[in-house]
Design a protein around this ligand. Structure first.
Ligand SMILES: Cc1cc2nc3c(=O)[nH]c(=O)nc-3n(C[C@H](O)[C@H](O)[C@H](O)COP(=O)(O)OP(=O)(O)OC[C@H]3O[C@@H](n4cnc5c(N)ncnc54)[C@H](O)[C@@H]3O)c2cc1C
Length: 464
């Protein structure tokens, strides 16, 4: 049995930031990361660019082999199948030979194919998320993929060669990133989206319309309020799908982008509390002493809503990893909480959403504010009075006219009383960082400051 001071389950960014924080404080205690992918931590958001051939494989990795040697971070390729929380033991299944040939990663030797035990003093659960697989006739036909790992990207790339049509099932961030990659590879793209808009977890209705018409101009087909009913195929793989309503679409490959759930199944019987995600306190410790959790696997306090949520995003994973790692060495750092925040480029169009940026029309007062002559507005109804317990929200939408061939420009600001609580920005916006800081600091704006923000003047300095 391996005995270690620090053990980390999962080899993603939360794990790496935790390991780095531990090593800043304790270079002597043994530190082992067990990861089921057999790779050292890599930039997961880059895999769609790797699929597109825009980023070489070696540039995906967050650190090189030398870093792990210097920091004495041991990495084992294995899938943790059980955690015995009280005994401080975990059980893992080694991946075996032939895996883990990337920089810094030690494949476990083949004679150890049977389950192995590891005794730890401090444990971090950083197992991330697993894509949801809808139950559907034909879903296991070759040619149906997720885009979550390096291997997924490689399998999709192989299938894309010689393919003409790709179907993206879902209209979220990962689907759009996959769509861009496959578009770059020359495929004809169709998105099938159950919701009535693309990026429904990120954008308000108006913002989604703007992005959708930009994508339509690039040649993407989007079928809204529709779902897959059946996948058809033959010995060479997927050939077509039937949509709800009976319509049939031909396709050569499918990428499923129907969301991600925290990877918690191996925690059953561990004594660690989870409600679809691991519950943690403000120090990121679970209900069991010396066992912490960080990243996409946790339910963490949302700064705006004040309740535990799963804000499964890269910056949250790294910040939580760093905090949990420090606390595993005996520090007492507090993790304030996170906000939902996303920044991405879709076909070259920058799109950012933060906090309650997509707060619904209907949750408070919703106004268009054409304060400047170059701004146009689309009329929407003033929402009904908010339900009990919901703060009145004012929503302002600023939109510049978009001459053809220029990227659209849209800014939606959501206020709760004197505080900015969310925004959506489409097109280049150099002040997005400042807006995000206003939200996370819950900075109370003086009336004239708020007035200037609403009028689209983001240039004045704030001292926070
Ligand atoms: C295509 C794509 C694009 C993205 N783009 C963005 C973006 O633009 N912005 C953004 O903020 N976020 C983005 N994300 C999300 C971001 O990558 C995640 O939030 C981040 O990787 C979470 O880090 P993590 O360390 O918590 O988990 P992960 O990165 O998921 O790593 C967890 C690791 O743990 C391993 N594991 C799971 N169970 C076990 C087990 N039982 N035993 C051992 N190992 C286990 C997994 O195999 C995995 O390697 C994107 C994700 C994808 C897939």
């Amino acid at each position: 049995m391996i005995r270690t001071k620090y053990a980390i389950v999962g080899g993603g960014p939360a794990a790496l930031y935790a390991a780095a924080a531990i090593r800043e404080r304790d270079l002597a205690g043994r530190l082992v990361i067990i990861g089921a992918e057999g790779h050292p931590p890599y930039f997961r958001p880059l895999i769609s660019y790797y699929l597109a051939g825009l980023v070489p494989r070696e540039n995906l990795f967050m650190q090189d082999a030398e870093y792990y040697r210097q920091k004495k971070i041991e990495m084992i390729g294995g899938k943790v199948t059980e955690v015995r929380g009280q005994e401080k033991v975990l059980v893992y299944q080694p991946l075996g030979e032939g895996r883990g040939d990337d920089a810094g990663f030690t494949p476990d030797s083949s004679e150890k194919r049977t389950a192995q035990h590891l005794q730890f003093e401090k444990l971090l659960i950083a197992s991330g998320g697993t894509p949801g697989k809808p139950d559907l006739p034909g879903i296991d036909t070759p040619g149906v993929y997720f885009l979550r790992t390096i291997e997924d990207a490689e399998k999709i790339a192989a299938r894309a060669k010689g393919s003409q049509k790709a179907l993206l099932w879902g209209g979220g961030l990962v689907s759009l990133k996959a769509a861009y990659a496959l578009y770059r590879l020359g495929l004809e793209i169709t998105l099938v989206i159950a919701s009535d808009r693309i990026l429904s977890q990120m954008l308000d209705r108006k913002g989604a319309e703007i992005v959708a018409s930009y994508l339509a101009e690039k040649g993407l087909k989007m079928i809204l309020q529709s779902d897959l009913q059946e996948v058809h195929g033959n010995s060479r793989g997927v050939t077509a799908v039937t949509l709800t309503g009976g319509r049939e679409l031909k396709t050569d490959l499918i990428v499923i982008g129907k969301g991600v759930q925290p990877s918690v199944s191996f925690l059953e019987g561990s004594g660690i509390k989870e409600k679809g995600g691991v519950e943690v306190d403000e120090r990121l410790q679970t209900n069991l002493p010396d066992i912490y959790a960080a990243g996409d696997v946790v339910l963490c306090r949302d700064l705006l809503q004040g309740i535990p949520v799963n804000n499964a995003l890269w910056p949250n994973a790294t910040a939580q990893g760093e905090c949990a790692g420090a606390n595993m060495t005996g520090e007492r750092l507090t993790y304030r909480g996170s906000i939902s925040m996303n920044a991405a480029e879709f076909f070259g169009l920058p799109v950012i959403s933060a906090g309650l940026g997509r707060a619904q029309e209907g949750a408070g007062v919703d106004q268009d504010q054409p304060r400047k002559s170059d701004r146009v507005s689309s009329k929407e109804e003033i929402a009904p009075a908010p339900a009990a317990g919901v703060q009145p929200r004012e929503i302002y939408k600023l939109q510049k006219p978009t001459p053809s061939r220029r990227e659209p420009h849209y800014l939606r600001l959501v206020f709760e009383d004197e505080c900015l609580v969310g925004y959506v920005a489409i097109g280049k916006n150099r002040k997005a960082g400042m807006l995000t800081n206003l939200i996370t600091a819950r900075f109370p704006l003086a009336p004239q400051q708020k007035e200037r923000l609403i009028s689209g003047d983001l240039a004045f300095p704030f001292s926070i």
